[in-house]
Design a protein around this ligand. Structure first.
Ligand code: FMN
Length: 169
């Protein structure tokens, strides 16, 4: 699949099959995350991969949508603030780094026929408890990882002219 095709194919999957994710596919997805660029190459992130089986109720306290626990795996990308690059004026780039890592995960997954959905609207306190995340590590984005059990909708996006400004062209 070429890259533009992949970008069009990826969508937020909100229904999953319980079919297992092959170990090689999981490793490919995680390796894509490892190769993601980060500011000053600090790689200030950690990835938690958890199985949903036997842990559904606890995981639902993190994000209470049934589809969150339908897939066999849930991934959390965490940031470590003290390791992240900060611009001279104090602007922190931790969230940018983590977003890119998660983006690589979602695109690699889509390339392998797997579904994902980035989730920011989770309960941080419960995530810390359920996944034993230490204070210096911040859970920033979650996604289920599994085979889609829904179909993509139409992509609703603004027009290029409303997003792009060509200056001094
Ligand atoms: C940073 C970020 C956080 C998101 N958080 C959630 C979330 O908490 N719950 C959810 O259902 N979708 C979440 N999404 C998915 C977006 O709603 C979705 O990407 C957007 O509507 C575009 O749809 P598409 O991914 O199918 O192209 C999030 C996406 C991003 C990029």
């Amino acid at each position: 699949m070429d890259f533009i095709e992949l970008v069009n194919k990826r969508y937020s999957v909100r229904a999953y099959k319980s079919d297992p994710v092959e170990k090689e596919k999981l490793l490919s997805v995680l390796d894509a995350a490892r190769l993601a660029p980060t500011a000053s190459n600090r790689q200030p992130f950690q990835i938690i991969v958890t199985k949903t089986s036997r842990k559904k109720t606890k995981l639902l306290s993190i994000y209470s949508r049934e589809w969150f626990v339908q897939a066999p795996l849930v991934i959390c990308v965490c940031g470590i603030r003290e390791k992240a690059w900060v611009r001279k004026d104090g602007r922190e780039y931790l969230y940018v780094d983590v977003a890119i890592v998660m983006d690589y995960i979602t695109l690699a997954a889509a390339d392998l026929g797997l579904g994902t959905c980035m989730i920011a609207a989770f309960n941080e306190e419960n995530a810390r408890k359920v996944l034993s995340i230490p204070p210096e590590v911040e859970p920033i984005l979650f996604t289920p990882l599994g085979y889609p059990d829904d179909l993509p909708g139409i992509k609703k996006r603004k027009k290029l002219k409303d997003l792009v400004h060509y200056q001094h062209w």
